[in-house]
Design a protein around this ligand. Structure first.
Ligand code: PGA
Length: 260
């Protein structure tokens, strides 16, 4: 195992906040976070596409060490793909992390494992870091096939990605039944699946990649449960939806180390 991986706490705003609200949110967030917080934790925010440029400008003008993230992209560099945005366009805005294969994209917009894999490779090729989401439906958890489902998503999503690239990546384990529902996986369940994901990475990409890849937990993360989740040995951060819209809540999640 490598030395302890630095946690990454990411705020996935989904389809919320216009660009004025986005600017206020990152400014308020920056008033709450300290140098010690940034030393302990990497932080990213993932606003909708229309806000990326505004948020980039605030982060850079005020020297705020929060990384800019996107929620989605296409895998082609350019072309006739009405409504889509390409990885090089995001990279040009200094986007650092791009979420790929969020369950809402998989379920509502029919994204397949193969599409997720193409995006992961395109994000890496543009010099950014994918946050690749995996997770099971409630039925799969109940019928005992959750591990199988998540393992196959990890394998398919990382196909043809080099061990060195995987080492720098982020995988977010988000049990679909816990997203936006107020139901959180128990720290033990979240840890068990994160260990499974790390083992799949070890088998397919080797021990160095498995030791370095960061695994986030996502699904109803709040200030009150963040510390316990993050205390698990294979959980290296959180992908936060609802609670990331409010800078007070999100900063308390980033400061989870004070609650453990
Ligand atoms: P939630 O969303 O925190 O609102 O459950 C998490 C996510 O979808 O990334």
């Amino acid at each position: 195992m490598s030395e302890r991986r630095k946690p990454l706490i990411s705020g996935n705003w989904k389809m919320n906040h216009n660009h004025f609200e986005a600017i206020q949110t990152v400014q308020k967030l920056s008033y709450q976070l300290t140098r010690d917080d940034y030393d302990a934790v990497d932080v990213s925010v993932h606003p909708p596409f229309t806000n990326l440029r505004s948020v980039q400008t605030v982060l850079e003008a005020d020297d705020i060490p929060v990384a800019l993230g996107a929620q989605h992209c296409h895998w082609e560099d350019k072309g006739a793909f009405t409504g889509e945005v390409s990885p090089p366009m995001l990279a040009k805005l200094n986007v650092r992390y791009v979420i790929a294969g969020h369950s809402e994209r998989r379920d509502l917009f029919d994204e397949t494992d193969e599409m997720v894999n193409r995006k992961v490779r395109a994000i890496l090729a543009a010099g950014m870091t994918p946050i690749m989401c995996v997770g099971e439906h409630l039925e799969e958890r109940e019928d005992g096939t959750a591990e199988q489902r998540v393992s196959s998503q990890v394998e398919a999503g990382l196909a043809d990605v080099s061990p060195e690239q995987v080492a720098g990546m982020v995988i977010a384990y988000e049990p679909i039944w816990a997203i936006g529902t107020g139901r959180t996986a128990t720290p033990e369940d979240a840890q068990a699946m994160s260990a499974t994901i790390r083992e799949v990475v070890r088998r397919s990409k080797g021990a160095d990649s498995a030791g370095s890849v960061r695994i986030q937990y996502g699904g109803s993360v709040k200030p009150t449960n963040a510390g316990e989740l993050m205390g698990q040995p294979d959980i290296d951060g959180a992908l936060v939806g609802g609670a990331s819209l409010d800078p007070d809540n999100f900063s308390r999640i980033v400061q989870f180390r004070h609650t453990t």
